[in-house]
Design a protein around this ligand. Structure first.
Ligand SMILES: CC(O)(O)NCCCCN
Ligand SMILES: [Zn+2]
Length: 668
């Protein structure tokens, strides 16, 4: 199914703080109106399926909250100002208003409408712009501007009404959604992931149980994943590292039927609460990285976000990705910071006991993180004293996110004349005259009999395709060629090199690739079952899966632990995905790979396959067109894998590639 639902009603702007409370003054009605107005202004709202909110019923609210709490909140509409203040005093950092009960029912009801729309297949995914937010509210208490726990209610509702068996909740808000954690900490059917500003418990809500060692209880052990940020100023690379090295491997092993996002945008630059430095376009990638889970069924529900500029931009980035638009290039990613690496290492070392995909993660006990903790804590104590005053004054500025233009043609195919063109793809026939020099090079390089006019025609079409991707006239494409190894060599040596500055070549299968430039114009990552001799340098990385490319657990570990971090750091202008004959990779994994690789080069991927391997043309076309990849069920029953080899490879490569790091540098 296609389509993105958008749920919004201005009624949810009709409550505000009626007295002085410094902790609550940032939660203003304009948060919602500027977000919606930005979606209207950019034309994104018109591209969505507008779904009206509704009020959550008592029964639905009671899925999470107690009767006494609900009865209490029910009385607030008739309270005097003094009664409202009195009622509010029993909770922390939250305020009540005569209309907030109505809005809280609409906020929860919006999340339920979104779940209905997605679970019934009316739309593929969607976003609910709501206030009051929800993730702090608990069974019998309001907290942190939250009254009813919108997403927790939605998760229970999805299970009860739609039979969802496993629900993943991703909370990228900069605060810990303790309400969600308490609700599901002993429930293995709901995996709760949250990162949050923590500063070793010095940041609100100052809970010991927000730290990384709260992994869930009883049968829920392992189904709660907390990533504390112990410093402010976290950047895009810190966020992406946690997604690649913690959340995504675990999420894929969990294999959810539905993904709910506590979409708070106070984790973006400029926000007074988060004080982080990640730019709004990061949410395009965070959303994208979750969109191939659960067959694309993703519901994003607004939580926090208090800088009206970065909030509006972040909401637009999220919705634009839900609509399937090309992703922005994330420029100049750098190494995750030391504090992020320390958190990453701690989280992986506690979660490795519960997730086989993390089994080979370093056990932090061996690197004695505690001394590092103390040393770093002292270091930042000094820094904090000085930085505090400067930091709070400085006004953050960041570039407006780049436009993300959909190319006129989404996907094309380059095929032998007798091959059928898959539905939805446009056959590329026009070809550029390559000129005698290139023609002779092609003939020499790859064609046995120089007379192979077909070969030249194919390559001139490939050249055209690459050129039209560079100018964004075409999004992506797939080519069936007689000899895929020869084609790769020709494309990267002759065609690609002068058209794009960096080509990421992802080869699946064992064929020998006998070129690897050391100049960085090309990065080759080859995933195969063959044990290759040591890699030939920084830009040729052979990843060996002992049990071959059919080993889904190993493949996923290679994709998230190596390929995606490398790709983000390399930041290519074009992705060349090569399917070597006999690779043994499954169709689902293949589609997942195509979907995930769209995160690079604004989605400009060229898939090369051998003519006699055309059987997977259907799944390939489907993935290129943006249809979500089917879930990888195999992950549920992982075979004993050799993930250790991948960890060792990552450790070896991280000297060259900073995004591969998952532990604090043992050096300092
Ligand atoms: C929804 C939320 O997580 O943004 N609420 C933040 C409350 C902060 C109170 N100091
Ligand atoms: Zn927040």
């Amino acid at each position: 199914t296609m389509g993105t639902a958008l749920i919004y009603d201005e009624e949810m702007t009709k409550y505000k703080l009626l007295w002085v409370d410094p902790a609550c003054k940032i939660e203003v009605p304009e948060r919602l109106s500027v977000s919606y107005e930005a979606l209207v202004r950019t034309g994104l709202s018109d591209r969505c399926v507008s779904v009206p909110p509704r009020e959550a019923s008592d029964a639905e609210i009671l899925l999470v909250h107690s009767e006494e709490y609900l009865e209490g909140v029910k009385k607030t509409p008739h309270m005097t100002l003094e009664d409202l203040k009195e009622f509010t005093l029993q909770y922390g950092d939250v305020y009540f208003h005569p209309n907030i009960y109505h809005c809280a029912k609409l906020a929860a009801g919006s999340a339920l409408q979104l779940v209905d729309s997605v679970m019934t297949g009316k739309v593929r995914n969607g976003m609910a712009l709501v206030r009051p937010p929800g993730h702090h509210s608990m069974r019998s208490a309001a907290s942190g501007f939250c009254v009813f726990n919108n997403v927790a209610i939605a998760a229970r509702y999805a299970k009860q009404k739609h039979g969802a068996e496993r629900v993943l909740i991703v909370d990228w808000d900069i605060h810990h959604g303790q309400g969600v954690q308490y609700c599901f900490e002993d429930d293995p059917s709901v995996l709760y992931f949250s990162w949050h500003r923590y500063e070793r418990q010095k940041f609100w809500p100052n809970l010991r149980e927000s730290d990384y060692d709260s992994v869930g209880k009883g049968s829920g052990a392992g189904f709660n994943v907390n990533v504390p940020w112990n410093e402010v100023g976290m950047e895009n690379s810190d966020y992406l590292s946690v997604f690649c090295h913690v959340l995504l491997p675990v999420a894929y092993e969990f294999c959810p039927d539905l993904v709910l996002v506590c979409a708070g945008f106070d984790s973006a630059i400029g926000d007074p609460e988060g004080e982080m430095c990640a730019t709004p376009d990061i949410f395009a990638h965070l959303t994208h990285l979750l969109m191939n889970l659960a067959g694309g069924k993703l519901c994003a529900v607004l939580e926090g976000g208090y800088n009206l500029t970065s909030l509006a931009q972040s909401v637009c980035q999220t919705v634009q990705t839900l609509l399937g638009d090309p992703l922005p290039q994330l420029a100049n990613l750098r190494s995750p910071c030391e504090s992020a690496l320390e958190s990453l290492q701690c989280v992986r070392s506690v979660q490795r006991r519960y997730w086989s995909i993390l089994k080979h993660a370093a056990d932090s006990a061996t690197t004695d993180v505690s001394t590092k903790l103390i040393k770093l804590a002292k270091a930042e104590e000094e820094k904090a004293e000085t930085a505090e005053d400067e930091r709070s004054q400085e006004e953050k500025v960041w570039p407006e996110p780049a436009e993300r233009l959909r190319p006129p043609v989404c996907s094309v195919s380059v095929l032998p004349d007798d091959a059928a063109c898959p539905d939805g793809l446009k056959r590329l026939v026009s070809s550029k005259d390559l000129g005698p020099l290139l023609v002779s090079r092609i003939r020499n390089r790859s064609m046995e009999d120089a007379g192979d006019a077909d070969g030249v025609a194919t390559f001139s079409r490939l050249y055209t395709l690459i050129e039209k991707m560079r100018t964004n006239e075409i999004g992506n494409g797939v080519a069936l060629v007689p000899d895929v190894a020869a084609a790769v060599e020709c494309v990267v040596q002759d065609l690609g090199s002068d058209l794009v500055s960096r080509v990421l070549v992802v080869c699946v299968g064992k064929e020998e690739l006998n070129y690897a430039t050391a100049d960085g114009k090309m990065l080759v990552v080859q995933i195969s079952g063959e044990d290759k001799e040591e890699q030939k340098g920084k830009y040729y990385i052979p990843v060996c899966l002992k049990k071959g490319c059919g080993d889904t657990v190993g493949f996923i570990q290679a994709v998230f632990g190596l390929l995606l971090p490398l790709g983000y750091e390399y930041d290519p202008g074009l992705v060349l995905l090569v399917r070597m004959p006999g690779s043994g990779v499954g169709d689902c994994m293949w589609q997942q790979l195509i979907g995930l690789l769209k995160g690079f080069a604004k989605g400009h991927t060229l898939v090369l396959m051998q003519t006699n391997d055309g059987a997977c043309m259907g799944p390939t076309a489907s993935a290129l067109l943006g249809h979500p990849a089917p879930p990888l069920q195999e992950l549920l029953t992982p075979l004993p894998d050799d993930g250790g080899a991948l960890e060792r490879m990552r450790e070896r490569l991280q000297a060259d590639w900073k995004m591969l790091q998952t532990t604090v540098s043992s050096g300092n």
